[in-house]
Design a binder for this molecule. Structure first.
Ligand SMILES: [Zn+2]
Ligand SMILES: [Zn+2]
Length: 190
């Protein structure tokens, strides 16, 4: 597949959180990103990340461009250092993307996500391999386990309290899970 990689001239400054040099604005297919020419890290704003996570064409564009690039020397990167958001300069959170991708990215909840070299490629591979569904299923399992624990605890409490007419309405389980899934899905794009 032909992937267009276009560099855009822009006056907007967006410094690499690791190298502190200005990044260049690039467009991969339809996705606009900022790329550091020193460490090859990528800054992806919240909107673009959402698009990448949900749009197969954008995913294919990222995989295509990564495959087309010649391998470059691996720069030593101090990966456990907390780095500032290029927009607000607050230190970003280090997050295991989708909780189970094992790719640790730096996230500013307001502005976007920093991907060190190859990380965006690894994330997109994770997504195209059905990783988001696995993440959701795991999260649902965990919610279900917690719900059962809670129910068991309540049943114990209720049986210890037979005298009262205590009744607890759990609500529909389906509703609770739907809500939880919604919260989970939106948390990927925070
Ligand atoms: Zn850099
Ligand atoms: Zn920020």
């Amino acid at each position: 597949m032909e992937v267009q990689r276009v560099e855009t001239r822009t006056d907007a400054v967006c410094n690499c959180p690791r190298c502190r040099v200005n990044t260049k604005e690039i467009t991969l297919g339809q996705t606009r990103l900022r790329e550091c020419r020193v460490c090859e890290g990528l800054w992806v704003d919240s909107v673009a990340l959402h698009q990448i996570c949900t749009d197969r064409e954008r995913q294919a564009a990222i995989l295509g461009i990564a495959a087309a690039l010649p391998p470059t020397a691996q720069l030593p990167i101090e990966r456990v250092r907390y780095v500032p958001c290029p927009v607000c300069r607050e230190l970003m959170n280090r997050v295991n993307f989708a909780n189970c991708s094992n790719v640790i990215v730096d996230v500013c909840r307001t502005h976007g996500t920093w991907f060190d070299k190859d990380e965006l490629h690894r994330i997109v591979k994770f997504i195209t391999a059905g990783g988001m569904d696995v993440a959701r299923a795991k999260e649902m399992e965990e919610l279900d386990r917690k719900r059962r624990e809670l129910e068991a605890a309540r049943n114990t409490a209720a049986s210890n309290d037979r005298g009262s007419n205590y009744h607890y309405d759990y609500g529909s389980r389906e509703n609770a899970l739907t809500l939880a899934a919604g919260a989970l899905i939106s948390s990927f794009f925070d």
